[in-house]
Design a protein around this ligand. Structure first.
Ligand code: SF4
Length: 286
């Protein structure tokens, strides 16, 4: 949601999206996250905004007027959000480059399908991740089929997108991701911890050995994971808001997303999977 300019990577028809197409490309988006989504005044957003109303900081060129100062101005939530490339797909593919200012009659549909596209692109991210994991080879054929099906859905009309049963699709894909996780974590020797769905808010896990752990959906808000070893842990859906990841090792962590990292605290000593970037707001240590 931070409305910066990045390398253009607008999706053209392809059988499998590359990871670049699954990252936000704000330069090719009509500021959809800053208009379509609602937010409530809180520690993350300085003001209330209903869905469908442009944020007052959104400029005419769809860039954020306070991009360099989001955190100081009380909009840290904007630095956490990641659309997985849904914004540019809806703007340039679904609506063919016609923005909601030029064509106001398209606005309601465009704002309706943006969250659907985001959910589909999030699934594409996970499936792409799973396909890159050699131990998951036994389910790769199923994953490839799922990827092709979801990719085809993302290229449908706005009407078709609005009708997608996201919950059912998520359930279907989740079964494959769960199997992937089991296959990958089975390679880690020894007993693996199971904290699936656990409430670990504020937990003291400094230096914890969480290699190969199942942390699916765990709430690790403000947990101290300084120096923790999270290699090959399944981190899908983990709530890392304000979790301390300084010195933690996340290399090879399964299903970690950029938004999860953006929400956590870390620095130059945090080891990351090579597919993700160090959040710009983390101290560089220089
Ligand atoms: S402050 Fe407004 S315009 Fe800027 S990134 Fe956040 S929602 Fe978008």
């Amino acid at each position: 949601m931070s409305r910066k300019r990045e390398t253009p990577a607008v999706g053209t028809p392809a059988t499998a999206p590359d990871r670049l197409a699954l990252r936000a490309d704000c330069a090719n988006c009509f500021g959809l996250c800053c208009v379509a989504l609602p937010f409530a005044a809180s520690a993350d957003f300085a003001v209330d905004k209903p869905a469908g109303r442009p944020c007052t900081n959104l400029q005419a060129d769809f860039r954020c007027g306070i991009h360099a100062h989001l955190r100081e101005r009380g909009f840290s939530g904007c630095t956490v959000f990641d659309c997985f490339g849904a914004g540019q797909k809806v703007s340039q593919v679904t609506f063919g480059g016609r923005d909601w200012r030029q064509a106001p009659d398209t606005a309601p549909r465009m704002f309706e399908v943006f969250p659907v596209m985001r959910a589909l692109h999030e699934l594409l991210w996970y499936v792409t991740e799973a396909l890159a994991l050699p131990p998951a080879r036994p389910v790769h054929a199923d994953l490839r089929r799922a990827l092709e099906d979801i990719d085809a859905l993302t290229r449908g009309s706005a009407e078709a997108l609005a009708g997608v049963d996201v919950a059912a699709l998520r359930q279907e894909v989740n079964a494959l991701l769960l199997r992937t996780s089991e296959l990958v974590r089975a390679r880690v020797p020894g007993r693996k911890k199971n904290h699936r769905g656990a409430d670990l808010i504020g937990a003291r896990l400094k230096g914890a050995d969480l290699r190969g752990a199942n942390l699916r959906g765990a709430r690790l808000i403000a947990a101290d994971l300084t120096g923790a070893d999270l290699r090959t842990a399944d981190l899908i859906g983990v709530d890392f808001r304000d979790a301390e990841l300084t010195g933690a090792d996340l290399t090879g962590a399964v299903f970690l997303t950029q938004a999860q990292l953006n929400a956590a605290k870390g620095d130059a000593t945090t080891r990351l999977p090579r597919t993700l970037s160090r959040p710009a707001h983390w101290p560089s240590g220089e």
